[in-house]
Ligand binder design. Sequence first.
Ligand code: CS2
Ligand code: MN
Length: 356
Amino acid sequence: MEMTLRWYGPGFDSVTLEQIRQIPGVKGVITTLYDLPAGEEWTGERIKGLKEIVEKAGLKISGIESVNIHDAIKIGSADRDKYIENYIKSLAALGEEDIHMVCYNFMPIFDWTRTDLAKMRPDGSTVLAYDQKVVDSIDPQTFFNKTTDNSNGFVMPGWEPERLSKVKELFEAYKDVTAEKLFENLVYFLKAIGPVCEKYDMKMAIHPDDPAWPVFGLPRIITGKESILKMLKAVDKEYNGLTFCMGSLGTNPKNNLPEIMRACKGRIHFAHVRNLHHFAPGVFEEAAHLSSDGSFDMYEAVKTLYEIGFDGPVRPDHGRTIWGEKCMPGYGLYDRALGAMYIQGLWEAVEKSQKK
Ligand code: CS2
Ligand code: MN
C-alpha cells in the first residue's frame, strides 16, 4: 500500500503540500482540479500544471479524487454522450500524464450527506455527524443551507454554490430515475469508457454511497456487498473497480467490512481507511481513526487489506477537527496525519507478523 493524503489543490485547501510532505511515509497526494465543474473536459495543460506544483513540493499525484460525473450521465438524458465524450478525453489526458487511478461517485445530486459538520465531542474536538431523524425532518434546500453554514467558509465537495442554487431543478430531473435506471446508466458509462481505460491502464474506483441507503428519496446503488459485486460483474474488467471507503460502507452496521474487502479482491483500486462511532441505527459520528475510539476494528480492516494483496493508494478519510485548526470539516491536517501514522503502524505490524 501507498500512504497518501487528499489535497484539494492550490487555493482550496488550508493544508499545504509542505506540511503533507512532513508526515512520515506520505509520498503522494490524491488531488483534483477542484475548480472544474462536473462535465468539463480536463486538459493536458491543466493536469501538467497541477502535477508540477505537487512534484515541486517533493510529492507525486497518486490518483485523482474526483473526476465528477455530470448529472446528464447519471440521469441518462439525451445529451449524456457529449459528457461521456468529455470524460473520455479527461481520462486520456490523465493517462498521458501517467496518472492511473480515478475515484468518482454515482450518487444523485448530493455527494456524502451529514447533518452536522462540527459536532462537539467530550474532548473538545469536533466531527462530522449524521442523524437520520434530522434528514427526515427537513427539505433538502434548507438542509444545504443549514449544513454549509458550518463549513468555515470552505466549499465542500458536492456542495458547490452552483449546485445549491439548482437543487429544485435537479430533483425534478431525477424524478424518473429509479435505482434500476441509475444502475443501467452507470453500466452504460462504464462500458463507454472501457477502451480509454484499457489503453491507459486507468483504474476507475467508484466511491460507495454515503450514507449507504437512499436519502431524500433519491436512489443509491453502491451500498454493500451485493450491490458492489453486481456492479463489478456488470463490467467484469479490472479497470472497473472500487474505492473501499470504510466510513461510507460502515454507515450501515450490517456491512461486514473485511468480508466485502475479501469479496472484492483484485478490484479495490483505492482505500479510504477511517472509523465511525455508531450510537443507534442511522445515528453516528466520525471518530478518530483509532479502533477504541469508534465502532470498527481497524486492525482487522488493515490486516484484511494486507491479506488480499492490496497495493494501491490508501488515505485516511474524514478526520476530526482538533488543536484549534481552521480547516474544511473532515479535511484538516492534524487528525488525518495522526490517522496516516496509525494506519501505517497497523500495516507495519501486520506485515512483520505475517512475514515471520
Ligand atoms: C468523501 C467524498 O468520503 C469521502 O471520501 O469526502 O466526498 C468522496 O470524496 C467522493 O464521494 C468521491 O467521489
Ligand atoms: Mn471516502
